[in-house]
Design a protein around this ligand. Structure first.
Ligand code: NDP
Ligand code: HSE
Length: 431
């Protein structure tokens, strides 16, 4: 049994600072839980001159390569692809166990890292990479390993949930809400990764891989962000008993040709106001899992922030450190099912289509004819007056239709002389 375990920390920003603090403040408890003391031996950063609250300056180094070579456990919270990937691989080569929060790297090149960890017989844990503090990686990978997951539906990006919540509750427009999220430290100066759905897509790829025992990369995820949403869309959603959420969805599906596979997508969607995900406010995250035997499960909590994310990381550190003390490795990701990732066009969802049309006889019939022509079944139609006397607003809710059929329908409807504008097309999920 080792008399102590050397822990190397790569990165000391929002998350790393909190990891260093908890490793120091809780050293006695962590040592007792692991069965050997955890010794923070160094913290790699870019800039040694930046003050790091609560972190002993003597631990800071810019030589990350040397740091990982002598560690038992390496915690990677630098982010980005390189040099994080090379450093993790180097750590694994040297026999270290690795804990990372780097969803971008895992979603792009996870299999390379998993294979390296398998070859070296070490752990590679990443609970913090999906939904911050919320235990979701472990439940999907381990607790549900005896079940068949049908669907994962989640709010996995706190920034966009905050933005959409502010638009819904106070009528802010998107730019105002994003600025507010930046001022509160949720969104970065460049909010692209959050508002364009890249962050959620990376998390969706990781969750889908675990849930369906299939390798899914970020390139397999159909992605649409929230930047085209308006305050008007959000207000309309409320008027129809819905809220708009940016959802990450991974589900088993059957393509038109009978191929069984999975679909993974990130997009804004209307969620019924009484669905549990509709009650997720502010920067919180929640993941709803549907499994054959377990039924519906929901995981809820803080999906971002230094301390919440550090909590998930420390949980992983304790697990991998225990394995080093007791011998062996923890459960690994599996990809035996190797299900095909079905094309986005085959996804089937209900839709709400908002139109502005001429208010004259026969218009509804023309619109309905296009829906019928494309095999899209109408669930409900609502007409309301528009400010212009000869214009009406139509809200069409469809039954589940394929994305391909819906796209064709909308294009055809948009081309009708009687249609002044296709105002919005939104998917309806969770009904
Ligand atoms: P920050 O940008 O706040 O911190 C990154 C840290 O890594 C900084 O200390 C930086 O050094 C250091 N770093 C970056 N590049 C290098 C390099 N080439 N060599 C040495 N040090 C380097 O990021 P976060 O703490 O916010 O995020 C870290 C990781 O955690 C990311 O993968 C992120 O996706 C993930 N994560 C973050 C969450 C959050 O709420 N922030 C939530 C869940 C996951 P320096 O300070 O000198 O610039
Ligand atoms: N930017 C992410 C969010 C946190 O807003 O949820 C890191 O995953």
């Amino acid at each position: 049994m080792p008399d102590k375990l050397k822990v190397a920390l790569l990165g000391c920003g929002v998350v790393g600072t909190q990891v260093a603090r908890l490793l120091t403040e809780q050293a006695d408890d962590l040592g007792a839980r692991v069965g050997a003391p955890l010794d923070l031996v160094g913290v790699a950063v870019r800039d040694l001159s930046v003050p790091r609250e609560g972190v002993d300056p003597a631990l800071l180094t810019t030589n990350a390569e040397a740091l990982v070579a002598g560690a038992d456990v390496v915690v990677e919270v630098m982010g980005g692809i390189e040099p994080a990937r090379s450093l993790i691989l180097r750590a694994i080569e040297h026999g270290a166990s690795v804990v990372t929060a780097n969803k971008a790297l895992l979603a792009q090149d996870g299999p390379t890292l998993y294979a390296a960890a398998d070859a070296a017989g070490v752990d590679l844990y990443f609970e913090a990479a999906v939904a911050g503090a919320i235990p979701i990686v472990r439940p999907v990978r381990e607790s549900l390993a005896g079940d068949t997951v049908r669907r994962v539906l989640g709010i996995v990006n706190g920034t966009t949930n905050y933005v959409l919540d502010r638009m819904a509750t106070d009528g802010l427009d998107l730019d105002q809400a994003v600025k507010e999220a930046q001022a509160l430290g949720y969104a970065e100066a460049d909010p692209t990764a959050d508002v364009e759905g890249f962050d959620a897509a990376a998390k969706a790829a990781i969750l889908a891989s675990l849930a369906f025992h299939t390798r899914v990369s970020i390139d397999d995820v159909q992605r649409e962000g929230i930047t085209s949403l308006t305050a008007d869309d959000v207000a309309w959603a409320a008027g129809t008993g819905h809220v708009i959420k940016l959802l990450a969805i991974a589900e088993r599906n059957t393509a038109d040709d009978g191929t069984e596979g999975i679909q993974v997508r990130v997009h804004p969607a209307l969620v019924p106001a009484d669905h549990p995900l509709a009650g997720v406010h502010g920067a919180f995250n929640a993941v709803f899992v549907e499994a054959e035997a377990a039924g519906e499960l929901m995981f809820y909590g803080r999906g971002a922030g230094g301390a919440p994310t550090a909590s998930a990381i420390l949980g992983d550190v304790v697990s991998v450190a225990r394995h080093r003390v007791l011998g062996g490795r923890g459960p690994v990701e599996s990809s035996y099912a190797d299900l095909p990732v079905l094309p986005a066009a085959a996804a089937r969802t209900r839709y709400q289509v908002r139109l502005e049309v001429r208010d004259q006889p026969g218009v509804l019939a023309q619109v309905a004819a296009e829906l019928a022509e494309h095999g899209v079944s109408i669930e409900a139609v609502r007409q309301t007056a528009a400010p212009d006397a000869d214009v009406a607003r139509l809200l069409i809710t469809t039954h589940a239709a394929s994305e391909q059929a819906l796209a064709g329908t909308v294009e055809a409807i948009g081309g009708l002389d009687v249609v002044r504008a296709v105002v919005s097309v939104l998917r309806v999920e969770g009904a």
